[in-house]
Design a protein around this ligand. Structure first.
Ligand SMILES: Nc1nc2c(ncn2[C@@H]2O[C@H](COP(=O)(O)OP(=O)(O)OP(=O)(O)O)[C@@H](O)[C@H]2O)c(=O)[nH]1
Ligand SMILES: [Zn+2]
Length: 197
């Protein structure tokens, strides 16, 4: 799959100027040797961390849909998530667990983590991220059900603010059989928790 260009020279230039100001405002000397290239590095890092705005998650899934009569649960678990909270622009990160029950169509497995990234590489709140992933899969695959669980640590709660270093946040979103059928939901949760390896 072709990767889009991440860095835009004009954006890099504008953001670099802003970050040079920021360095001065926090009491640093932007002209000392170690910091000379820092504004440009940060400008690029920020573009990378928000590159999801230029990606279309539905198109990602549509790129690998296959007709298949498999109708059991498909689970991709322990997908690394790296995002940034929209309140503090600090990272939150953890794992996503995704399941769906196909209804005539399956999707290329790698596309599910790609969808996670496309939504995560934006300013987010964990709950919205969870729902966006679910809705994208629901709309594009039209399966019998979708389940998404995210478990994340929020740096805005750990490095600052309440400073709860060991807290983590779990969010979940379901559709179809995962909502209407308790045993399907339980099967998903058991399989996510199971240590098969
Ligand atoms: N629901 C939700 N809240 C989040 C997420 N990321 C950060 N937050 C919270 O957003 C809230 C913003 O609250 P404010 O009171 O406006 O900000 P603040 O004064 O910096 O809050 P503290 O973090 O409590 O110091 C905080 O409670 C954060 O913990 C998220 O993904 N989901
Ligand atoms: Zn935050």
């Amino acid at each position: 799959m072709q990767e889009k260009l991440i860095y835009d020279d004009k954006v890099t230039e504008k953001l670099s100027a802003v970050y040079k100001e920021v360095l001065g405002e926090i009491g640093e000397d932007p002209n000392r040797e170690g910091l000379l290239k820092t504004p440009e590095r940060v400008a690029k890092a920020l573009q990378y961390l928000t590159k999801g705005y230029d990606e279309d998650p539905e198109e990602i899934l549509k790129g690998a849909l296959f007709n298949e009569e498999y109708s059991e649960m498909v689970i991709v678990k322990d997908i690394e998530v790296y995002s940034m909270c929209e309140h503090h622009m600090l990272p939150f990160f953890g794992k996503a667990h995704i399941a769906y029950i196909p209804d005539g169509k399956i999707v290329g497995l790698s596309k599910l983590p790609r969808v996670v990234d496309a939504f995560a590489r934006r300013l987010q709140v964990q709950e919205r991220l969870t729902i966006e992933i679910r809705d994208c899969i629901e709309k594009t695959l039209n399966p019998k059900g979708v389940a998404v669980v995210l478990e994340c640590n929020h740096m805005c709660m750990q490095m600052r603010g309440v400073q709860k270093q060991n807290s983590s946040t779990t969010s979940s979103a379901f559709t179809g059989l995962f909502l209407s059928n308790d045993s399907t939901r339980k099967e998903f949760i058991n399989l996510v928790q199971a240590k098969l390896h």
